[in-house]
Design a protein around this ligand. Structure first.
Ligand code: HEC
Length: 206
């Protein structure tokens, strides 16, 4: 063990470099260079300049440059809007799992205001003095394209704040899908239900 360590230390020392040079004394060529760079004539942002053809000192990024912090990808998927219009189809596969996930997220993030049933009936709504959270399942809201609901999550809507930082992309679409299902379930004809569910609904519904 000890021997191993010694060998290692010896090996490391083979690549040792001489100690770094001392800081340059005033009057050194290096120090003068730094001084010159600090004091040289330079442009401030947005200043005009004859140096470039367009007369501006600030350069445009080359065509097609993508900022590293931009969310890229299909805007229909990331913003809910494509070609200036709300997307009319949910752009992820709508599965039973997605709907269950959407319900769980909806109950956490939206139901406090828009109500567990999505009808705008909630404790918060009853106590609001300004505009109340509207129903998300009445005929008016059912006509919303999915992209509109998605956008309200990302951007907020009027008094409602944005939930973009709290709810990631897949969760947003899951919530949208659940709200759509919730709305549809309220207007579903009994005959449209599969047989076992139809029986149960007949017994349990008033
Ligand atoms: C703190 C309460 C609150 C929460 C939580 C909340 N909302 Fe809202 N929401 C509102 C209010 C209030 C409005 C109406 C704002 C206005 O008219 O200025 C609104 C409006 C909306 C609208 C627009 C309806 C229309 O008429 O166009 C949609 C869609 C919506 N909310 C969806 C959601 C979704 C989805 C969630 C969960 C991610 C959510 N909201 C969470 C309070 C809330």
């Amino acid at each position: 063990m000890k021997r191993g360590r010694l060998l290692l230390a010896a090996a490391l020392c083979l690549s040792c470099t001489p100690s770094t040079p001392a800081d340059p004394e005033p009057g050194d060529a290096d120090a003068l260079d730094l001084e010159r760079m600090l004091r040289q004539a330079r442009y401030a942002p947005y200043q005009p300049s004859e140096l470039f053809q367009d007369g501006a000192v600030m350069r445009r990024p080359p065509e097609g440059t993508v900022p590293h912090d931009r969310v890229t990808g299909d805007p229909g998927l990331t913003r809910g809007v494509a070609g200036g219009a709300y997307v009319t189809r949910i752009p992820v596969p709508v599965t039973l799992d997605l709907l269950r996930y959407g319900k769980q997220r909806y109950d956490i993030f939206c139901a406090t205001c828009h109500g567990i049933a999505g009808d705008g009936e909630s404790e918060v709504a009853r106590n609001m003095t300004q505009r109340r959270p509207p129903s998300l399942v009445d005929a008016r809201a059912q006509a919303f394209p999915p992209g509109r609901i998605y956008q309200s999550i990302v951007q907020g809507y009027g008094l409602m704040r944005s939930y973009e930082p709290q709810i990631p992309l897949r969760e947003r679409w899951a919530i949208v899908a659940y709200i759509k299902a919730l709305g549809r379930s309220r207007a579903a004809a009994l005959d449209a239900l599969p047989e076992p569910l139809r029986e149960r609904a007949r017994k349990e519904l008033p």
